[in-house]
Design a protein around this ligand. Structure first.
Ligand code: PEP
Ligand code: MN
Length: 349
């Protein structure tokens, strides 16, 4: 249920509205827009329907939310959410580029990639320290050591860092190092993990499950939002289809699709979506043209030697060329590339 408050509502009336609703045992989430203040009321649907909330002084309208997600819906918040991630803005007119290796393999390689992508204009650094792998015998990441290298590279280059957290028990450790917590495709419906990251303050990059619908993706975001953390970035990373010439099928329509139903920013990961380095630049440009708030791409100095996802990793040189083309698209769309905070060693490396 959404309650639209009267434009000229006084502070006393506003407090009274919240008191009454909370007194009924419902949860309230306030969204203060430029023109209007909207109160999202969450509670048992049956009980909500019979409460005459429109009778409360200061309430202009009561609108039932038709979608199963509430706080993540466009109805609840008309304006795009802009998520601040360690100095970089994701959402609205901004376009952010997150780049880095699939996995943090060692200190030197990470620093090399970080310097190169920073120089090319990346906004944020990625790298997995805890890797979800199909085979338990594959490289599963450096763990805490990887997190330390990631933080060091982020600090040296003055770039916020994003890394995956695979389990609710890992959140406390990972959040000490990361600016953004990534919940991977395989964990999109790990509801305990969603609850845990929702109770923490760090922004969350939530990736679409490979067999999940757009609606299910937004429902998972709702878990995080309903726990009090409004800083959620969605990520389309390809879904399973019958097509077998690509690793997954990039559902580019998910971008405008999500944007119609939700105010949350959505970015695209063309690396996991296609599984082929040769397709990554074109799909990155297409993603931004489709209205994505950014892209996340895997970059490796020698993909043929990568310990994971080498086939889909682009080289720093290819990344450089891609960034130049991306600037043209960003300008044509009258958007702004978030090149991040000024680097400590911008021409380093
Ligand atoms: C990743 O980004 O490294 C990753 C494992 O992605 P996904 O969860 O989308 O497979
Ligand atoms: Mn990967």
């Amino acid at each position: 249920m959404i309650i639209v408050l009267e434009p000229g509502i006084t502070d006393a009336e506003y407090n009274h509205v919240l008191e009454v609703i909370e007194g009924m045992g419902f949860q309230v989430h306030v969204s203060k827009g430029v023109r209007r203040t909207i109160v999202g009321v969450i509670g048992e649907e049956d009980r909500l329907r019979i409460q005459p909330l429109s009778a409360i002084r200061g309430v202009e309208r009561v609108i039932p939310v038709l979608t199963p997600f509430k706080l993540a819906s466009r109805e609840f918040q008309e304006e795009d959410s802009v998520i601040e991630c360690g100095g970089v803005k994701i959402g609205g007119k901004n376009v952010a580029v997150i780049a880095g290796p699939c996995a943090v393999e060692n200190r030197e390689m990470l620093l090399e990639v970080a310097r190169r992508v920073k120089k090319a204009g990346a906004s944020m650094l990625r790298g997995g320290a805890y890797k979800p792998r199909t085979s338990p015998y594959s490289f599963r990441g450096l763990g805490k050591e990887g997190l330390e290298y990631l933080r060091e590279a982020g600090d040296e280059l003055n770039m916020p860092v994003v890394t995956e957290v695979m389990d609710a028990r890992q959140v406390e450790e990972v959040e000490k190092y990361a600016d953004v917590l990534q919940v991977g495709a395989r964990n999109m419906q790990n509801f305990n993990l969603l609850d845990e990251v929702g109770q923490r303050g760090k922004p969350v990059l939530l990736k679409r499950g490979m067999s999940a619908s757009v609606k299910e993706l937004v429902m998972s975001a709702e878990y995080i939002l309903s726990n009090g953390n409004a800083r959620v970035i969605l990520c389309e990373r390809g879904i399973k289809t019958f097509e077998d010439s690509t690793r997954n099928t990039l559902d580019l329509s998910a971008v405008p699709n999500v944007r119609q139903i939700s105010h949350l920013p959505v970015i695209v990961d063309p690396s996991h979506a296609t599984g082929r380095a040769g397709l990554v630049p074109a799909m990155s440009l297409a993603a931004v043209a489709a209205g994505a708030s950014g892209v996340m791409v895997e970059v490796h100095p020698s993909p043929e030697r990568a310990l994971s996802d080498g086939e889909q990793s682009i080289t720093p040189d290819v990344f450089d060329g891609m960034m130049q083309q991306l600037r043209t698209i960003v300008a044509a769309m009258e958007r702004e590339l978030q090149s991040g905070r000024p680097g400590n060693q911008e021409d380093g490396g």
